[in-house]
Write a protein that binds this ligand. Structure first.
Ligand SMILES: Cc1ncc(COP(=O)(O)O)c(C=O)c1O
Length: 378
């Protein structure tokens, strides 16, 4: 089955009891049992719920994985994965990553004695040099939030396989429509489904997809024990959103290309960051491991916070907001929004400068988007 078909049908066959064509919202916390231990596969919705199961199956299928687990947020999904680590285990993570992941590592992992090395993942030798005998896991986010760096999943995975370390890829920005990390050698894919997977900026959610039964059992145990699960309604909204993922991603990318090309011509723009541009340092790797470049475009405006604020104020269609990946266009000032938990020097080092603006390009008509940007940049 092709991607578009799986997005609509995987895990979503007609309801066996009623024939409902669309997966119902099983808004129930509990399930009646015929006798002790005899039930229809569901007992209590923290452990499993049929609407969530449909989403789990669909997401696993889109990522070409065996198991899917949906969570209450992307960070809850990340936390569940990282909870399989034990004190003194070592992990390697990129210097560039979503600010919330950085905060999770700094505020939760490190105080619990997980050892962390931050490394430059554009340099494979640096990643190799960071390996220790206690290294259990490598965390990849590509393209990165917000500077859209590209890391070579296959090269890092090949090395990690030799060292028997688990490779996790945050695939939130690319989505399985453009990038399938499990096919490139990763063990685990994580998503903030809040973003493109749901696509309509009306839920917070996360997902973990993987093939290894042992790791699956560990993460499932954490999920049911901790209970950071999405509600049946949020699972249903996410299922409805994911049905149009392919068509949305094609349009996001088409619009993103035009926005990137336009920004390059603006005299008030210092630098455009979009992996689809030939001069992007990660362009060749992106071409190798992705089938499209996504819908995010970041740029450096001439000036700093003052000029950025002027730009944000003049925008009419683009909304100044956290988040990304919805059908609507958003603009974000990463230094003080998504990445405020980063120390200032690290922000500078990874390029989250005071003039960096991240645009999540929506699927509105491109003429309207370009007009909005043009007048705001004047
Ligand atoms: C790349 C990436 N990963 C993970 C997350 C965390 O997801 P959530 O906000 O759903 O917890 C985000 C949120 O912005 C993100 O951009």
């Amino acid at each position: 089955m092709q991607f578009e078909t799986k997005a609509i049908w995987a895990g979503q066959e007609a309801d066996k009891t009623t024939g409902a064509t669309i997966v119902p919202i099983y808004q129930t916390s509990t399930f009646t049992q015929e006798e002790v231990g005899k039930h229809k596969g569901y007992e209590y919705s923290r452990v499993a719920n049929p609407t969530r199961t449909a989403l789990d199956i669909c997401l696993a299928s889109l990522e070409e994985g065996k198991y899917g687990l949906s969570f209450a947020s992307g960070l809850a999904a990340e936390h569940a994965i990282l909870s399989i680590l034990r004190p003194n285990d070592h992990i390697i993570v990129p210097e560039d990553m979503y600010g919330g992941t950085y905060r999770l590592i700094k505020e939760v992992l490190e105080p619990n004695n997980i050892k962390v090395t931050f490394s430059d993942f554009t340099d494979l030798e640096a990643v190799k040099a960071a390996f220790l005998p206690t290294t259990k896991l490598i965390w990849i986010e590509t393209p990165t939030n917000p500077v859209l760096k590209i890391f070579d999943i296959q090269a890092i995975a090949e090395f990690s396989h030799k060292k028997k370390a688990i490779v996790v890829v945050d695939n939130t920005f690319a989505t399985p429509y453009f990038q399938k990390p499990l096919l490139l050698g990763a063990h685990i894919v994580i998503h903030s489904t809040t973003k493109y997977i749901n696509g309509h900026s009306d839920i917070i959610g996360g997902a973990v997809i993987l093939n290894d039964p042992e790791i699956y059992e560990k993460i499932f145990l954490i999920q049911k024990t901790v209970g950071a699960v999405p509600s049946p309604f949020d699972s249903w909204l996410t299922l409805r959103g994911v049905k149009t993922l392919a068509i949305r991603m094609r349009q996001h990318e088409q619009n993103a290309f035009q926005v990137a090309e336009f920004l390059k011509t603006s005299s008030n723009v210092e630098k455009v960051l979009f992996p689809g541009l030939k001069d992007h340092p990660g362009h060749d790797i992106a071409k190798k491991q992705m089938t499209g470049f996504g819908g995010l475009v970041s740029f450096r405006i001439k000036g700093g916070l003052k000029e950025a604020n002027l730009f944000f104020k003049k925008l009419e269609i683009f909304q100044l907001a956290d988040s990304l990946g919805g059908v609507e266009s958003l603009a974000n000032y990463s230094a003080l929004m998504t990445h405020e938990s980063f120390p200032a020097e690290l922000r500078q080092k990874i390029g989250v400068t005071d003039n960096l603006i991240r645009l999540s390009i929506g699927i509105e008509h491109i003429d309207d988007l370009l007009l909005d940007l043009k007048s705001a940049l004047k």
